[in-house]
Design a binder for this molecule. Sequence first.
Ligand code: UDP
Length: 564
Amino acid sequence: AQAVFRSDLSHLLGLMGSGKESLIFMKKRTRRLTAQWALAAQRLARKLGGAQRDQKQILVHIGFLTEESGDVFSPRVLKGGPLGEMVQWADILAALYVLGHGLRVTVSLKELQSNLGVPPGRGNCPLTVPLPFDLIYTDYHGLQQMRQHMGLSFRKYRCRIRVIDTFGTEPAYNHEEYATLHGYRTNWGYWNLNPKQFMTMFPHTPDNSFMGFVSEELNETEKQLIKAGKASNMAVVYGKEASIWKLQGKEKVLSILSEHMEVHGTVFYESQRPPEVPAFVKNHGLLPQPEFQQLLRKAKLFIGFGFPYEGPAPLEAIANGCVFLQSRFSPPHSSLNHEFFRGKPTSREVFSQHPYAESFIGRPHVWTVDYNNSEEFEAALKAIMRTQVDPYLPYEYTCEGMLERIHAYIQHQDFCAAPGPAPAGAGVPKSPLVLAPNATHLEWARNSSLAPGAWPPAHSLRAWLAAAGRACTDACLDRGLVCEPSFFPFLNSQDAFQKLQVPCDSTEWEMNHLYPAFAQPGQECLLQKEPLLFSCAGASAKYQRLCPCRDFRKGQVALCRDCL
Ligand code: UDP
């Protein structure tokens, strides 16, 4: 059936269930954003013309909200606990519903079982039951529960699962055998899914799909009003928990800040107990989301002290006309050196509190400075107080942008299809790879009929041999492009090296997440034996990696120009 855009979200609110504080928070958000979603649906419908959109039957199982996983977040919703995940799930539900798909939502194991058709108490039922859903969106907790309760169906149907995974899962951690052999084992990884089945909160890991969330949008009148009403000396500090004020070495920065600006906070506190923040801070306590937005509308500056990492709030602040000031991390934080990231299935290095704000938005909206350097910090503050900035929201974080992206994923991503014959198979003489006229990189001949169903389309491929020690993620960014792991199979051949005029004295096929690559000593060309290990992330001084890049739409990095 054809999916039809929906603009009335009241039925969705019914599907979301009730009782838990987290669900109440999510439903309030959905209700508040209804008009915005409806408008976005109209715009996207116009943009897509009458394009065929198949209606899917979708199960959304929010594992972290189930009692069976401990549900540690719901009781903390009103106490300063993390809200980013709930923001994101509320928006995912809204987007799927607005796009017109058939939706079921479960937040308990019992509901999950009944929706999967598994009789209660028959958790380890060895039979494969036909799955009544085309797609399942869940998280790591939900994935665990499904593996436990779906019996053999889990293996058969796991290609239909999408895992919402804030910080991302790199291929080396996802592949069970490889992770175990090479020390990439964590509590989360080793699911052997296609890495694109993991969906992140920010577009930081091109090996995964970027899911995102939305921020509230302003119309022109509101933007003008906000600009006129800004208090140039008002700062709001990022963070709902008192602990962010206790991070060491901040005294100096705080005293400079308080000299120049009136400092506001939204730190949760119990009514009987005074808030644990410095006396000069005007603390509002944890605010309901709309009131938090109102506060941001008046403020000039939203300032981060290093925690929480990569949340929604800085985008909301920038959308409401604030400048976001944050500290540079040097050395960068990662699972190797920071408690918060320890055990997460990624080696990604985080160079500031909010890398997306730093590299996708930047000045004048975002300033990333060294907080250990008081002069640099003070100069930034003064400059910020003097500059006028417009409210700004990247397209990919608008409702329309999120609808567009999820629409494209649902229509094009298929991880159940049997892998076709290797398109550029080793040594196929007529591979469509061609050396670009400037002889720096490879392209895919536009008129080639090989790899017809590829998405993104194969002709958006641009492939380089990166410098030794450079990851493909960075090598592509260096060229204003993004790494596209689905193109690795097109490059994984001797033919690719030959066309790039790289002299291979020998060729090996091995399991290694850095392959395909070239090793200078010995002039070895190294090819990937395990498709699940194709990885944009990862680098070693020993290898020059062969990197597949593609273009992207301005403000929608998940999609290439011809991806819609
Ligand atoms: N927020 C709120 N009240 C406040 C402060 C923040 O409702 O007093 C909301 C904010 O609008 C944002 C959400 O909390 O959407 C999550 O923000 P954050 O970036 O702090 O991420 P988290 O660490 O909670 O996941």
